[in-house]
Write a protein that binds this ligand. Structure first.
Ligand code: FO1
Length: 308
């Protein structure tokens, strides 16, 4: 079986490729919940929803979050009442948050996510990194900001200093993540091309996840989120640079600090290199279409299998 670690858009795209090429009992997609927040009284899990909406084929491609063909009546009504509108919740999207908020009274996030994914027609396992709340707090040159404050209200403009994961010291891996980590049949761990700092770091920081991955005999392979030093979407490159790190193959390897056995990078870079004991596989990592997602999924699996 394969574990895929994912954040938002980039993670969702590769996850979508992996579900197309792997049977549903052979893949667990583990999703970052450090971005989760409570907004207008609702429990929001942006990365879980981006992965679910993408796999269900209802994601909003232009925005990169939320549902396609969305309407915004609720936001208009909230604005009329003087409520917060900087974090926009579409009418259909709100249905997900309402259901999640209601169901979380009686069930853990894993069960709620599995229910929502099932109703959206998804058969593969999509699981949160933890059922315990972890909240990414971003230390910036303008003070400490809650994740969505940093990411949306101040569109990642303040200088990034560090990420603090509130609650992580008490957070246990979700049951399906633990099962995956302890499964003797674990064949590979694929780190999707999500933001290494904002999306993957929280998953690795949950109790024992990084240590178990380091000890695992299954190869850990990352798909670099950078092409020619730039992120396909979002502030990953800006944040790496603000941390004094390089947005190169070596920069990603160093950031993951001994975790990686292999890295897939865009074909123009590092062809055939072995960097710092980490195998490098060059291919086209751009995922513009479903076919691209499936091609990269196959390449990642073949690469990981060559490292076993
Ligand atoms: N991103 C924005 O840039 N603006 C928004 O108003 C916004 C609202 C929103 C609502 C629900 C949701 O699940 C995600 C939302 N996002 C929004 C995306 C989200 O902030 C980030 O893309 C992720 O947290 C980073 O992966």
């Amino acid at each position: 079986m394969i574990l895929a670690l994912a954040g938002g858009v980039g993670g969702a795209r590769l996850a979508n490729g992996l579900v197309a090429v792997l049977p549903d009992d052979q893949l667990t997609i583990v999703v970052n919940t450090g971005d989760d927040s409570e907004h207008l009284g609702l429990s929001i899990s942006p990365d879980l929803d981006t992965v679910c909406y993408t796999l269900a084929g209802i994601n909003n491609l232009d925005q990169g979050w939320g549902i396609a063909n969305e309407s915004w009546s609720l936001m208009g009504a909230i604005e009329r009442l003087g409520g917060d509108t900087w974090f926009r919740l579409g009418d259909q999207d709100v249905a997900t948050h309402l259901m999640r908020t209601m169901m979380l009274r009686d069930a853990p996030l894993s069960a709620v996510t599995s229910f929502i994914a099932g109703r959206l027609g998804i058969n593969h396992r999509i699981v949160p990194m933890s059922d315990d709340p972890v909240r990414s707090m971003i230390e910036t040159d303008q003070g400490v900001l809650a994740f969505q404050d940093y990411f949306v209200r101040h569109p990642a403009e303040p200088r990034f200093l560090s990420i603090r994961l509130e609650g992580v010291e008490c957070a246990k891996p979700s049951p399906a993540l633990l099962d995956g980590l302890e499964n003797p049949d674990l064949q590979a761990v694929i780190i999707c091309p999500s933001n290494p700092v904002l999306s993957i770091t929280p998953i690795l920081a949950v109790g024992g996840v990084r240590e178990r991955l380091m000890a695992s005999s299954a190869p850990v392979v990352a798909v670099s989120p950078f092409i020619d030093g730039r992120a396909v979407k979002g502030p990953a490159a800006k944040i790496m640079i603000e941390l004094g790190r390089a947005t190169t193959t070596e920069g990603v390897i160093e950031y993951y600090d001994g975790l990686l056995d292999g890295i897939l990078v865009h074909s123009e870079e590092s062809r055939g290199l072995t960097a710092e004991g980490v195998a490098v596989w060059s291919c086209n990592t751009l995922m513009a279409s479903d076919a691209d997602q499936q091609r990269l999924a196959r390449e990642s699996l073949a690469f990981a299998s060559s490292l076993r």
